[in-house]
Design a protein around this ligand. Structure first.
Ligand SMILES: C[S@@+](CC[C@H](N)C(=O)[O-])C[C@H]1O[C@@H](n2cnc3c(N)ncnc32)[C@H](O)[C@@H]1O
Ligand code: SF4
Length: 378
């Protein structure tokens, strides 16, 4: 095993209003944002985890949520400065901030950029006023347009737009209209997520009526064609990028790289090559408890060797290009024959393809990614 690149994920758990479909660790902000206290706690959390990764500079940072754009550029800057001082950055580093278009004031993105942010992921979701309302979003399509203009004006042209499809009663034409509206804002990256009804959400209690599988297939065919014609390449199940604009941070997850996870409920994965160990970490979920807890409350659990092929593949098969034998061996410390044995039944079903020294899901397998993963679990 060789230690892979190291990234940092920082979680910001508050939102202006909880969306009815969302099961992320996020909470409606009911009182004043404890901005300084939260940043101080993140810094302590980072310090206490840094001991295990000395000498490994960060290749990317993702400030996710929740809604990190509720935090001021000064607060974000205070965290980034600390991360640089404590761990060091590779040059150039990718630093992504997730932003909700409903929280962006004029001039704000320029300040985030000055604080060190190099990339923004904007939650557009849809440009249809009725859908935005049903989804409980706090912003209009025009606010998303204004946020995108601000991004261009601030020189943060490397930005992503999140879109959701298979929305209540959505037609393929309406999904295509959403995508066209997104493309008009000239993003460098688009993430398209199938609206999923997650247990425990408001939508799970009263599920909206969603389009059939056939309609969704047509949406996907049309959107892929439009994205390719517009100069985007699909490189991941939900990810489309212009040349040079793939998300470094997400690629690190999908290639089984390492990441520290700081903040309420954040997950991490850290390899310890000399000891042939990979440890998963999880922080206290509930913000108030996280703020009150000792950073050492972090739960650490090593991944059992027999689970490694599944853990690796769960990520690797999300990529259109799949993964190489070398990557599998260096990141899991296992011989590739272990993966081959596990994959044999699904290779017979035509769900995965083997070409020279790489392994990837076939187009059929890409649509039935879960079948591949379930086979690996057996
Ligand atoms: C953690 S959210 C962060 C973005 C930011 N909080 C916002 O909503 O503007 C990341 C993305 O996940 C997607 N997402 C969240 N819940 C989803 C669900 N149930 N089904 C599909 N996509 C979902 C949305 O597109 C969202 O923008
Ligand atoms: S704003 Fe984003 S993180 Fe917050 S509830 Fe909505 S989808 Fe979830």
């Amino acid at each position: 095993m060789i230690n892979p690149p190291l990234a940092l994920y920082a979680h910001f758990p508050w939102c202006v209003q909880k969306c009815p479909y969302c099961d992320f660790n996020s909470y409606t902000l009911k009182e004043q944002l404890p901005e300084d206290r939260y940043i101080d706690t993140l810094r302590r959390d980072l310090d206490s985890q840094a001991a295990g990764v000395e000498g490994r500079p960060l290749t990317s940072i993702f400030l996710g949520g929740g809604t990190p754009s509720l935090f001021s550029p000064q607060a974000i800057g205070r965290l980034l400065e600390h991360a640089r001082a404590r761990l060091g950055f590779v040059d150039p580093i990718e630093i992504t901030l997730e932003a909700n278009p409903g929280t962006i004031e004029r001039g704000r993105f320029a300040e985030y950029r000055a604080a060190g942010v190099t990339r923004v992921s904007l939650g557009a979701q849809s440009f249809d006023a009725r859908q935005l309302e049903r989804l409980g979003r706090i912003h209009s399509a025009d606010e998303t347009r204004r946020a995108a203009e601000e991004l261009h004006a601030a020189g943060l042209t490397n930005f992503n737009l999140d879109l959701m499809y298979a929305l209540p009663e959505q037609t393929p034409a309406a999904a295509e209209d959403d995508l066209r509206a997104a493309l008009a804002l000239e993003p460098a990256h688009i993430s398209q997520y199938h609206l999923t009804i997650e247990p425990g959400t408001v939508f799970a209690a009263a599920p909206p009526s969603q389009p059939t599988d056939e309609v969704v297939d047509e949406m996907l065919d049309r959107s892929l064609r439009l994205l390719v014609d517009s100069g985007f390449e699909q490189y991941e199940v939900s990810g489309y990028a212009r040349a040079g604009a793939r998300c470094v941070h997400n690629l690190n997850y999908w290639t089984f790289g390492d990441y520290m996870g700081i903040g309420a409920g954040a997950h991490g994965k850290i390899s310890d090559a000399p000891r042939d160990l990979i440890v998963r970490t999880q922080q206290t979920r509930e913000p108030r408890r996280y703020l009150a807890a000792d950073p050492e409350a972090l739960v650490r659990k090593s991944i059992a060797v027999r689970e490694l092929p599944f853990e690796f593949a769960m990520n690797g098969f999300r990529l259109v290009e799949g993964f190489s034998d070398r990557q599998f061996e260096s990141r899991t410390g296992l011989p590739v024959s272990v993966m081959e044995r596990a994959l044999a039944p699904i290779r017979e079903r035509g769900l995965v393809a083997r070409e020279r020294d790489t392994c990837r899901a076939t187009p059929q397998g890409f649509r039935f990614l879960n079948d591949i993963l379930v086979a690996l679990l057996d």
